[in-house]
Design a protein around this ligand. Structure first.
Ligand SMILES: NC(=O)c1ccc[n+]([C@@H]2O[C@H](COP(=O)([O-])OP(=O)(O)OC[C@H]3O[C@@H](n4cnc5c(N)ncnc54)[C@H](OP(=O)(O)O)[C@@H]3O)[C@@H](O)[C@H]2O)c1
Length: 244
């Protein structure tokens, strides 16, 4: 039984790696010497990864489609033989109060933020060995109520539940499953937030600033390499949740 990840090059699959947090997570793992499969819907993903060299691979896939993820894993397994670290980062945000958001907003949020990680785990698991790690990317809204965030909050709360169940189920296989919860980080997802709303959120963050994608990536890197942490919620939010 291996207590921790093997020290040689690990093989990562990171969803939503075309930009934002996923790109930072995938790039950091690659820069630190691991092999990384970048997954996203953008057609440019293959080119983006190819530019990094042979230890990076880019596969176009929509996480809401089980077949796409099976294909991404198959491509990675063909190239590198397996998966050591799966990061379920791909996500989308659909806002709107209960009477305003559409059924499609709800369905797409759950399909991407909750079913996506489930499909990815199903695809990757047969190719993971003891010592492997699954890291899901949650959100503060999955733990606290924000008006107008039903779709996003419900999907991320579901992901928290999935994390704990899988941690408990997969521990016997020595595969750890954890939830990293970023606070408020400037990416395309948060770029539409008005200056007023942004300042309001920052005023609630004890550290009085937004997070950087690289700060979240560094935590994911550390969680991936830990040996006795599973089913944990690792909040990385400058203290935001303490104030809510
Ligand atoms: N930014 C924050 O403040 C914050 C806070 C808490 C949690 N998070 C979470 O962190 C994760 C990353 O967010 P971000 O801020 O980096 O968002 P982002 O800049 O909008 O990036 C989202 C990424 O997910 C990919 N993606 C979206 N839908 C996809 C799908 N169906 N299949 C495959 N890839 C898909 C996008 O790539 P393509 O468009 O190329 O597919 C993109 O690479 C999300 O799960 C988000 O909920 C973010």
């Amino acid at each position: 039984m291996s207590k921790s990840m093997k020290p040689s090059q690990r093989r990562w699959l990171v969803t939503g790696a075309s930009r934002g947090l996923g790109h930072a997570i995938a790039t950091l793992a690659h820069e630190r010497g691991d092999k990384v499969c970048f997954v996203a819907r953008s057609p440019e993903i293959a080119e983006l990864a190819a530019a990094l060299g042979p230890d990076a691979l880019g596969v176009q896939a929509d996480v809401s489609r089980a077949d796409d993820l099976a294909g991404a894993v198959a491509t990675m397994v063909e190239r590198w033989g397996g998966v050591d670290v799966l990061v379920n980062n791909a996500g989308l945000h659909k806002g709107g109060k209960i009477s305003a958001f559409t059924d499609d907003d709800w369905d797409k949020s759950l399909a991407t933020n909750l079913s996506g990680p489930m499909h990815a785990v199903r695809a990757a698991l047969p190719h993971m060995e003891p010592g492997g790690a699954i890291i899901n990317v949650g959100a503060v809204v999955g733990f606290r109520g924000f008006p107008g965030d039903s779709c996003y909050g419900a999907s991320k709360a579901g992901l928290s539940g999935l994390t704990q169940v899988l941690a408990s189920e997969l521990a016997v296989q020595q595969i750890r499953v954890n939830l990293v919860v970023p606070g408020f980080v400037m990416t395309e997802m948060t770029s539409g937030v008005s200056e007023h709303a942004k300042q309001k959120i920052i005023s609630k963050i004890p550290m009085r600033r937004m997070g950087e994608a690289e700060e979240i990536a560094d935590v994911v890197w550390w969680v991936a390499g830990s040996s006795y942490m599973t089913g944990s919620v690792i909040v990385t939010d400058g203290g935001l949740m303490c104030n809510l």
